[in-house]
Design a protein around this ligand. Structure first.
Ligand SMILES: Nc1ncnc2c1ncn2[C@@H]1O[C@H](COP(=O)(O)OP(=O)(O)OP(=O)(O)O)[C@@H](O)[C@H]1O
Length: 645
């Protein structure tokens, strides 16, 4: 390996190559300094790891798809390939000429291989990433000899906040150099960045400007995203025309463009603060930039024993590989008439899993009747489960009640928190389950019932059995088939899942994202409250932090990530960077203040409507009322997030 490169005046394959650019010369110097550190391992990372990386970068892969498809068609004729690499230089995707793909494989230009400059010396992907700018690296401008057959053109793709989200590269054989390739890569990278801006939160205002009206629809259009008057997103064209850099984010647009607020959809002339005349359009956000993230569930009549409503359509949930793999066999067990018991810590998604199971089973055309055994007041429990005749007791409805077991006829009866069922009731339930008949209160009739039995608990039923607080015959009757749902901290793809969940809950809409440090801390947290706790934290962040922000570990509620940083057993994967120790002192805030702030903010957004706010926060109305009452009496009370229970 040479430690420096001669000035190149002619490419290796005899094609005229211009004097290497300053960018290439500086890269050679860096590579020469690294010297023996460079190596060109051609082996891609194992397929599961690559799948995980693709998953992590799903947003950019998805957004870039139209350009990748178009470019693949264009460059295939010129025997080229199009590549998309992540911000570390790892190639995620390839498309283009099959001939060249095979050659490219020989030089390891393929998915799963990193082209970081520190590994492969001067090359378009790595050097574009280092410089944060588009670059062409032709023939023997590549630092490593093995790559001299290549001519590569790469341009970084930036997020609305200016971070590099990936690199688009067009490569071909050095002998078939295409002059236009660099411009094409740049234009497509800009289009992808613009699409990220176009698909950002519809509540943000979008200001588009250029020198001429005809450019307002082109890839050259300048775009700013505004939350009220605050700039929360931009593209490079906007920075260029305004003469600013990324530090303009979070400042007021008033400092840059005069009279912007009078604009609308029709192009109108405006003047930049530097005196540059432009034409601009303004598309107003659909509603006030900050508002509740999720429509609260319609208030339901409080009914003892009725399990809490699922906050979301269960089909949307990504259950994770372990739970997903358990679905089919558990549905088969239900269909075979076996009683299925779901076990797992609180908030691990037992009810979500139960609803999926119902939808997958042969009982899907029948009802799914959920009973929260822990929430049943003992005095009403029999009536609730077994029903009653009209006028059977004081306060009974005249028309009587079917009872939950009969409501479940032909479908699935889901007995949630079965460990909380009082002993006396366990006997009655067992009889009904064995005889497949119910006798409503006040009636001497016995009515046949047929349903699949599904129950769930986060308690150790075997220990309860040993203590005598759970009947052994019911214990065995409930679990012909058992499914253990793993805690969130054991999820293999926890980091990627947290990121996707954040996007799904509103991050995408609000153009917010989690930095690596925040993701490390979140992925390293032990999550004793599992999915419920994670959702509460993510919703809090989405509410409390401004749209367009890149959240850091320091933005997380105090205490988060501590367990993993301290290496506590039972915690999830340790954070590579070591999550910062956090506590009451962090940022001068405490968890209590964080929760208080969130609650008051949500209440304000909901016009002080407690039911509405409770729905958005994912807690029960009465929990919120209790909190507010305590707050009136004295210091802020801490609220444990628990949804509609
Ligand atoms: N895979 C998932 N992805 C995202 N959110 C989830 C997932 N599973 C569950 N949740 C959310 O976590 C919360 C708790 O889920 P669920 O009620 O199913 O848990 P559980 O195990 O039945 O809890 P508990 O033991 O306290 O009754 C719900 O609000 C649900 O929206």
């Amino acid at each position: 390996m040479t430690s420096s490169r001669p000035t190149v005046t002619r490419g290796l394959y005899g094609f005229a190559a211009s004097q290497p650019s300053n960018s290439i010369l500086r890269s050679w110097e860096r590579c020469a300094a690294m010297g023996a550190g460079l190596h060109a391992d051609p082996n891609p990372m194992p397929a599961p790891e690559l799948a995980e990386r693709r998953e992590q970068h799903a947003r950019i892969l998805e957004t870039a798809r139209p350009e990748l498809d178009t470019l693949a068609g264009l460059v295939a004729g010129a025997h080229g390939v199009v590549l998309l690499a992540d911000p570390t230089g790892l190639i995620l995707q390839e498309a283009g000429s099959t001939d060249f793909l095979r050659k490219a494989e020989r030089v390891a230009l393929r998915p799963g291989v990193s082209w970081a400059e520190s590994l492969r010396g001067t090359n378009a992907i790595g050097t574009a990433l280092h410089d944060g700018a588009a670059v062409r690296v032709h023939g023997n401008e590549h630092f490593l000899r093995c790559n001299h057959i290549l001519s590569c053109h790469a341009a970084p793709i930036r997020s609305p906040r200016g971070e590099i989200m990936g690199v688009l590269d067009i490569s071909s054989e050095a002998s078939s150099l295409q002059d236009y390739a660099l411009g094409l890569a740049q234009m497509c990278a800009r289009q992808i960045g613009n699409r990220l801006l176009d698909t950002a939160d519809g509540r943000l205002h979008r200001l588009v400007f250029q020198r001429q009206p005809s450019l307002l629809d082109s890839a050259e259009r300048a775009i700013l995203l505004l939350e009220d008057d605050r700039i929360v997103g931009a593209n490079e064209a906007a920075l260029q025309l305004l003469g600013g850099d990324w530090s303009l984010l979070h400042g007021s647009i008033d400092a840059w463009i005069e009279g912007w607020s009078r604009l609308d959809d029709t192009p109108k002339p405006v003047m930049t603060a530097a005196g540059l005349p432009l034409v601009a359009t303004l598309r107003h956000g659909k509603s006030p930039a900050i508002r509740p993230l999720a429509a609260p569930a319609a208030p339901r009549a409080a009914r003892p024993g009725r399990s809490r409503p699922a906050g979301q359509e269960p089909m949307q949930y990504d259950l994770g590989s372990v739970a997903s793999a358990s679905l089919r066999p558990a549905a088969d067990a239900l269909d075979a008439g076996l009683a299925v018991l779901l076990q797992g810590e609180t908030g691990v998604g037992k009810e979500v899993f139960a609803r999926r199971l119902h939808a997958l089973s042969g009982y899907r055309a029948g009802p799914f009747v959920a009973v929260n055994c822990g929430a049943l007041p003992e005095s009403l429990v029999e009536a609730e489960l077994f029903g009653y005749e009209g006028g059977a007791f004081t306060g009974a409805r005249r028309e009587g009640s079917l009872g939950r077991l009969r409501e479940a006829h032909g479908g699935v009866l889901f007995l949630d928190e079965i460990g909380d069922m009082p002993l006396a009731l366990q006997t009655r339930l067992l009889r009904a389950l064995q005889e497949r008949e119910v006798q409503p209160l006040g009636s001497n009739k016995r009515i046949p019932v047929d349903f699949a039995l599904l129950s769930a608990t986060n308690q150790d039923l075997a220990a309860m059995l040993a203590q005598g607080s759970f009947r052994s015959d019911l214990f065995y009757r409930l679990q012909d088939y058992r499914v253990c749902l793993p805690p969130l901290r054991r999820r293999q793809d926890l980091r990627g899942f947290v990121r996707r969940e954040f996007e799904r809950l509103g991050g995408l809409e609000r153009a917010m994202s989690l930095s690596d440090s925040a993701l490390d801390a979140l992925a390293g947290h032990a999550w004793p409250g599992n999915y419920r706790e994670l959702r509460a934290v993510l919703r809090g962040l989405l509410f409390l932090k401004p749209a367009g922000s890149l959240l850091q570990a320091a933005d997380l509620p105090p205490g988060l990530g501590q367990a993993a940083a301290a290496g506590e057993p039972g915690a999830g994967p340790a954070s590579p960077g070591g999550a910062p120790a956090r506590g009451e002192a962090a940022g001068g805030r405490s968890l209590r203040e964080w929760n208080s702030q969130l609650i008051l903010r949500v209440l304000g957004e909901c016009g002080n409507n407690v039911s509405h706010a409770a729905g958005v926060l994912g807690i029960h109305r009465s929990t919120l009322h209790r909190y507010l009452a305590r707050r009136k009496q004295g210091p802020h009370a801490l609220i444990a997030p628990r949804e509609n229970s």
